[in-house]
Design a protein around this ligand. Structure first.
Ligand SMILES: Cc1cc2nc3c(=O)[nH]c(=O)nc-3n(C[C@H](O)[C@H](O)[C@H](O)COP(=O)(O)O)c2cc1C
Ligand code: SF4
Length: 462
């Protein structure tokens, strides 16, 4: 099977999808490691490569969309200790499962991206921090790193350039908060995964107190294409800017789940209409189900109704104009017949469970709003509970060490803004007017990713 090629957009899923897509031989047969060899062989100085990434307009694919090259340029010029690159492969946001495809099916592109990124930022040392439940990814990344060392694509004096690059694959233990970059760094250092107060930012004070850049899997894997084809320009559609818009350049992976005919991971140019993603790539809604709502960028972003969803194009600006965020690209399609109160309860149960507990508005607030939504869903609420819920969510925003509290508050407010009448109906009737469509969140584990420990193909042996 081949991934659908949307408008020729092939930066990350540029291969025949089969069980043999991941080994080194397969990667080398599709131009693999040629870019790193050329870059280190004189095509780019580190400064020139950093500038190319800046010019490409690549924005971080982990959720915030911060410009990647700009982040790298915050590193001190003459650091007193080593610079570290950390690849964030924690991918725990409910609805997001795109990094998993890169790691399981195209792991060498991520490794080549690490080599190029380390070269550009003056680092010789990279960690790939992988979500604990991603046993298949761990297995693949370990095998691919081993192959890369054996073939001379990692290690000392790469391609005779004098540049050294080492990668360590590290497994998380299954906490959502370890996806937050400073929580991840704490965890990597062997401590409890609790985010640090910023500033100082990791570029100044990161792993073991040394300058560190944390980037998402998709961001780093995209660097290979940028180094190979150049940043290019949006006006004449060249290089990486061949795709996307001026402010949202390149392509993006979207993981689509929900009642659609072909759920999965799709690579599309930024600016691609959601309507086309739904109806062309995903084959439309499952028979007999109408679109009710959309969470476009993973569970943390505001929900929109069906009419708004059909006007969205998949880029940062359009999402913002329509009252939501592109986030990590976890597209959750919600069908007619779904109880939005129960859907919100499922999400809030997750955030309450995953709060690290350092900040009162988050530790107490996530539990408080979860209990109110539980009350509404089960018909025990009073009419003023809706406004109370909104007020508490509002009070959680922008008052905490990291944005987990906001990630619970934003969906809460938007579910009320867009579907208030459903909350009122629950209270008026004293019960849920829907058949329950979602499983009991108390029985959910992780971010809703199927547990694969029982699959012998995915048993990881270090
Ligand atoms: C609670 C929380 C969870 C996060 N989880 C992830 C994650 O799983 N993967 C990821 O890349 N970024 C995650 N982030 C964002 C990271 O903190 C960081 O911004 C990102 O890794 C930077 O990479 P990028 O610039 O390439 O996007 C999370 C942030 C928060 C607040
Ligand atoms: S906002 Fe929540 S998860 Fe983030 S540091 Fe505070 S308590 Fe921990």
């Amino acid at each position: 099977m081949t991934y659908p090629i949307v408008d020729g957009a092939r930066v990350l899923l540029n291969f025949e999808r089969n069980t043999e897509s991941w080994p080194l031989a397969s990667y080398e047969s599709r131009h693999g490691y040629v870019t790193a060899k050329e870059a280190l062989g004189g095509k780019y100085t580190p400064e020139a490569l950093l500038e190319e990434v800046k010019q490409s307009g690549l924005r971080g694919r982990g959720g915030a969309g911060f410009p990647t090259g700009l982040k790298w340029s915050f590193l001190p010029r003459d650091p007193e200790g080593p610079i570290t690159l950390v690849v964030n492969a924690d991918e725990s946001e409910p609805g997001t499962f795109k990094d998993r495809v890169v790691m399981e099916e195209n792991p060498h592109q991520l490794i080549e991206g690490c080599v190029l990124s380390c070269y550009a930022m003056g680092s010789n040392n990279c960690y790939i921090y992988i979500r604990g439940e991603y046993v298949g990814c761990l297995k693949r990344m370990h095998a691919a790193v081993e192959e890369a060392y054996a073939a001379g694509h990692l290690g000392k004096n790469l391609y005779g350039s004098g540049f050294d690059c080492d990668i360590t694959v590290h497994s998380g233990a299954g906490a959502y908060i370890c996806g937050e970059e400073t929580g991840l760094i704490e965890s990597l250092e062997g401590k409890k995964g609790q985010p640090r107060i910023k500033p100082p930012f990791p570029a100044v004070y990161g792993v073991y107190g040394y300058p560190t850049i944390v980037n998402n899997v998709e961001s780093i894997a995209s660097v290979v294409y940028i180094a190979d084809q150049g940043a290019g320009a949006t006006v004449d559609r060249t290089g990486y800017r061949r795709w996307g818009t001026e402010k949202s350049a390149g392509t993006k992976l979207f993981s689509v789940s929900g009642p659609v005919k072909r759920p999965g991971v799709y690579e599309v140019p930024m600016g691609y209409p959601f309507a086309d993603l739904l109806n062309k790539e995903c084959g439309g809604m499952l028979d007999g189900i109408a679109l009710k709502a959309l969470i476009v960028g993973g569970s943390s972003v505001p929900v929109v109704d069906a009419d708004t969803a059909m006007q969205i194009t998949m880029d940062y600006e359009s999402c913002q104009e329509h009252g939501t965020l592109l986030g990590s690209g976890g597209v959750i399609v919600i069908g007619e017949g779904t109880c939005m109160v129960r859907a919100l309860w499922v999400l809030l149960r997750f955030y309450h469970h995953e709060s690290c507990g350092q900040c009162t508005p988050c530790r107490e607030g996530t539990g408080w709003i979860e209990r109110i939504v539980h009350r509404i869903e089960h018909g025990h609420a009073s009419p003023n509970d809706i406004d109370e819920l909104y007020r508490i969510a509002d009070g959680m925003e922008l008052r905490t060490i990291c944005t987990l509290a906001d990630a619970a508050a934003w969906p809460t407010k938007s579910f009320i803004d867009v579907f208030r009448s459903e909350f009122e109906e629950h209270i008026d009737k004293g019960c849920c007017p829907y058949d329950n469509q979602f499983p009991d969140p108390l029985n959910l584990r992780g971010g809703g990713v199927p547990q694969r420990h029982d699959d012998p193909e995915h048993v990881f042996v270090p």
